[in-house]
Design a protein around this ligand. Structure first.
Ligand SMILES: Cc1ncc(COP(=O)(O)O)c(C=O)c1O
Length: 397
């Protein structure tokens, strides 16, 4: 087997299961999980109806490039959401089976192993797929710490030139998992200039772009930044979007990649061989989801209320702030994050994820140390109950 497989780390939830396995939670308290980033709000009924009525389409092989009506629906959504002049549905959009597989697959297609020690650069903490995808593509991951003093975004100015020279693919995650931080026009401008200067691909994972505080400005996306800078061909730039969080459809496995046609053409060729076309009924259901914003707004309102209630309970006892976007909180813990998570589970039957399970130690610094990730995905009443229990736990420390 491929020896690079041995470089893959155990997934954070394996580590968490081991940590929790060492203790026993109280039997009289229901378990509440704030550890997994899986939306729990109900899926839109109209999407499920389309899935049911189109099920017969399993009789057809789907095409990798997507149904023309799905691609044009996505192109129109992008134009509306990010104020873009034009997105070509044929050459600038490919539907994908969730962004997880697309991020992994794109990395395999993007990295040129014949160049000197290729790097895939990513934030730290980070969505774990960036690292595994880098290793299996024959590149090395290079992590940029996302610290509070820099608004939880990487300090791109601090990156040495030799890293940019070896960088072939830079992942940004905006809004970020787990920090909820977002990149602004100036950040994107800097990154695009660096990508041009050092000839790398800029890939923006934007799967939380629709989960932001109700009434606040919607987070900017990379293609939007391109358009504002007059870069209407989106050269060197791609974005990943998903219905998983936006529409509470994590099991539908539906998202897309969009951007530079010169990158998507070879990626489409890769995908044809990889064999990852989206089933036709999933494509048809996805069209209905991308065409509707009402359910997305309702979703946002619910998250906003949840954040408000939970923060009200936790603020007096925990160093925790409203994140700019996403459904995560990323508080600093008063004790070591693993001990915190383990003891919280042991005493209150609430599961949170130690921040260090999502990050790596580089030059002696682990940006996930003394932090936990809380995903406010459960029902509001459950999140409030979890917050109360976390508060009680902290008060015992
Ligand atoms: C930052 C980030 N990117 C991508 C994904 C993958 O989402 P999906 O494959 O459901 O589109 C996730 C899922 O949790 C995520 O947190």
């Amino acid at each position: 087997m491929n020896p690079d497989l041995s470089k893959l780390q155990p997934y954070p939830f394996e580590k968490l299961a081991k940590l929790k396995g060492a203790v026993t939670p109280p039997a009289d308290l229901e378990h509440i999980a704030l550890s997994i980033g899986e939306p729990k709000h109900p899926a839109p009924e109209f999407v499920l109806n389309t899935l049911r009525t189109e099920l017969q389409r399993v009789e057809n092989y789907p095409t990798t490039k997507g149904l023309p009506e799905l691609n044009s629906t996505i192109a129109s959504w992008l134009e509306r959401r990010f104020s873009l002049e034009h997105v070509d549905p044929v050459s600038q959009v490919i539907p994908v089976n969730g962004t997880r597989e697309a991020i992994f697959a794109f990395t395999q297609a993007a990295v040129n192993r014949s160049e000197y020690r290729p790097l895939v650069v990513s934030p730290n903490p980070f969505y774990q797929i960036y690292e595994g995808a880098a290793y299996l593509s024959g590149a090395e991951p290079h992590f940029l710490p996302c610290l509070e003093e820099n608004g939880f975004n990487p300090d791109f100015d601090a990156v040495p030139t030799d890293v940019w020279q070896r960088c072939q693919l830079l992942f940004v995650c905006t809004p970020g998992n787990p920090t909820g931080s977002t990149l602004k026009l100036d950040d994107f401008k800097k990154l695009i200039e660096l990508a041009d200067e050092h000839d790398f691909i800029l890939a923006s994972d934007e799967c939380y772009s629709e989960i932001y505080v109700d009434g606040a400005d919607a987070p900017m996306g990379l293609l939007e930044a391109c358009a504002k800078l007059g870069r209407h061909d989106y050269k060197r730039c791609v974005v990943f979007h998903s219905l998983s969080k936006r529409s509470n459809l994590p099991g539908l496995r539906s998202g897309f990649i969009a951007g530079d046609a010169d990158l998507l053409k070879p990626f489409l060729l890769y995908r044809t061989y990889h064999g990852c076309a989206m089933p036709v009924h999933t494509q048809l259901a996805s069209i209905t989801a991308w065409n509707d914003e009402e359910h997305v707004i309702a979703n946002r309102v619910e998250y906003t209320q949840k954040f408000r209630s939970v923060l009200e309970i936790l603020n007096p006892v925990l160093d925790v702030k409203q994140t700019e976007a996403s459904f995560y909180l990323w508080p600093r813990t008063p004790i070591n994050e693993e001990t915190f998570a383990q003891q919280l589970f042991a005493q209150q039957n609430v599961t949170v994820l130690p921040g260090s399970y999502l990050s790596r130690t580089v030059d002696g610094i682990n940006p996930g140390a003394d932090r936990i990730r809380m995903a406010l995905v459960a029902e509001t009443s459950e999140c409030i109950e979890a917050a109360r229990r976390i508060r009680s736990f902290i008060e015992t420390l």
